[in-house]
Write a protein that binds this ligand. Structure first.
Ligand SMILES: Cc1cc2nc3c(=O)[nH]c(=O)nc-3n(C[C@H](O)[C@H](O)[C@H](O)COP(=O)(O)OP(=O)(O)OC[C@H]3O[C@@H](n4cnc5c(N)ncnc54)[C@H](O)[C@@H]3O)c2cc1C
Length: 462
């Protein structure tokens, strides 16, 4: 049963730029409060980084997605929208590829068995992780861990081998050239959340909505429309109009669908505007921010992601999430969806993501789908020597320029405020999620928080 609240009447017009989870949630929450919401998404469909594509009669995220049990905000949203029965928890199978071998990485015992580093270093790794987990309760440690890089911390407390053989390969893969500058906060919080995600020491369960993220995207879209909210897909905002330091309206790009949105909208004046676009995209459409705020918006950099999705006749490995520690391999992870969900969902086909986080200038980001497949092929054969192109029935290729923000040291002092220096203009994007790492759960929370802020300000203005 859905718990939708009926909107009260409120004549204030709120524009939301971006139809990802932050934007959709903000529109939904403001709709509940009775505001007139207008959601603009430049892509042809809603969902942002968590959007899906059709495959074998169902939908699948363009980039692999799951929940941790700590993702309480998005799970609550699922329940609120009547989708509680779609929430499923599944034991995960995590692995590690190095020295030509797949190592299990599910339980603490697996870490002790990891044969790529000396036993004494495995023990140091285990103790260090246990120590970090123990620190969970102490939020004051944030200040301590954001001052130090992960490299410095691990070399000091875990030893060189633990950094060189465990964290460094993962970091280089996820953060590229920035790997050695990433703050220890990132690992500390990841460990806290991942361990907190376990219902016992021996297994980890991950969540996934039955029917894919699309069920929640559809439910949000329906709820927003039911509230009277207007949704415009294929509508690219070209400029936020600022008059005397106050955000007053929007202008749209010259392409056909954006102009059609403009025409349908008629009045492009708004009382308040929320921008959920990545910071670099926001800066293209808002040029009036003072220099200090622009510096904050530029403090976090973004890594891009490139995904190759393969529909296969048979499994590549037995692992769902495989970290690739072997640096001769030009991708950072394989995520075999059908080692997580039953292949029947995809008509018995096997589905594999080959994932890379990189700088948008990297040649791998520029490659076409076929170039990428050919570049990856010999390396997929390292994971399974039997693998051949004949196993592949279909391929998809997705690129995201703002996949992962990278926070510098002491970032808590540089986060751009949600209430921007331009009146009636709010910023709500993944660079403001800290110390948690970006994720749909936190974009839902961001959308809720920004809606509450808009309501507070609207009441004050009244
Ligand atoms: C490969 C990959 C794997 C991930 N795995 C997980 C996972 O397992 N679990 C999880 O919870 N999260 C995961 N995430 C992260 C998650 O998808 C994001 O954190 C979340 O979806 C971000 O939502 P958002 O609304 O904050 O931003 P976005 O989804 O980036 O939404 C911003 C929107 O603004 C739009 N926009 C930008 N400029 C304009 C403009 N000028 N006019 C109109 N629209 C504009 C964009 O098109 C976009 O849709 C993953 C991300 C990636 C890339």
């Amino acid at each position: 049963m859905s718990n939708l609240q009926l909107p009260t009447s409120n004549s204030k017009r709120i524009a939301i730029i971006g139809g990802g989870f932050a934007g959709m949630t903000a529109a939904y929450e403001l709709g509940k409060l009775g505001y007139q919401t207008f959601l603009f998404e430049r892509a042809s469909e809603l969902g942002g980084l968590a959007s899906t594509f059709p495959i074998e009669g169902t939908r699948l995220e363009r980039g692999y997605h799951h929940w941790f049990t700590s993702d309480t905000h998005i799970i609550a949203q699922m329940h609120e929208l009547g989708l509680g029965d779609r929430v499923q928890w599944i034991p995960s199978k995590t692995g590690w590829f190095e020295n030509g071998k797949i190592w299990n990485m599910v339980t603490p015992l697996d870490v002790l068995r990891l044969g790529t580093i000396p036993f004494v270093d495995r023990l140091r790794l285990g103790f260090a992780v246990a120590y970090l987990t123990y620190l969970q309760a102490s939020k004051n440690n944030l200040a301590k861990y954001e001052k130090i890089t992960a490299l410095e911390w691990w070399k000091k407390y875990g030893g060189n081998a633990v950094w060189d053989k465990v964290w460094s390969p993962m970091f280089r893969g996820k953060f590229g050239a920035e790997a050695e500058h990433i703050s220890m906060v990132y690992i500390w919080y990841k460990i806290v959340l991942r361990i907190g995600s376990r219902r016992g020491v021996s297994k980890e369960e991950l969540g996934y909505p039955r029917g894919s993220y699309q069920v929640l995207i559809d439910a949000l879209e329906n709820a927003i429309r039911k509230q009277g909210g207007k949704i415009f897909c294929g509508a690219t905002v070209k400029r936020v109009v600022i008059e005397n330091g106050i955000a007053t309206g929007l202008q749209f790009a010259d392409d056909e669908t954006s102009q059609a949105a403009q025409k349908q909208l008629g009045n492009a004046q708004f009382d308040k505007i929320i921008c959920t676009a990545p910071s670099f995209a926001a800066l293209k459409i808002i040029s009036e921010f003072p220099r200090e705020y622009v510096a904050k918006m530029n403090a976090a950099k973004y890594m891009a992601a490139v995904l190759l999705v393969l529909k296969l006749k048979q499994p590549l490995t037995r692992i769902y999430w495989m970290n690739i520690a072997d640096r001769s391999i030009p991708f950072v992870a394989t995520i075999e969806q059908t080692n997580f969900l039953a292949p029947d969902i995809y008509n018995g086909k096997r589905v594999l993501y080959v994932s890379n986080y990189l700088d948008a200038a990297s040649p791998y980001f520029q490659m076409s789908r076929d170039e990428l497949f050919n570049a990856y092929l010999p390396h997929l054969q390292k994971l399974n020597p039997g693998f051949s192109p004949g196993w592949v029935e279909e391929t998809w290729h997705f690129k995201e320029a703002a996949a992962q923000p990278i926070m510098p040291l002491n970032y808590s002092k540089m986060i751009p405020e949600h209430r921007t220096p331009l009146r009636n203009l709010y910023l709500a994007n993944t660079t403001q999620i800290y110390p948690e790492d970006r994720g749909t759960n936190y974009s839902v929370l961001l959308g809720q928080e920004i809606a509450a802020m808009v309501e507070e300000d609207a009441k004050r203005d009244a």
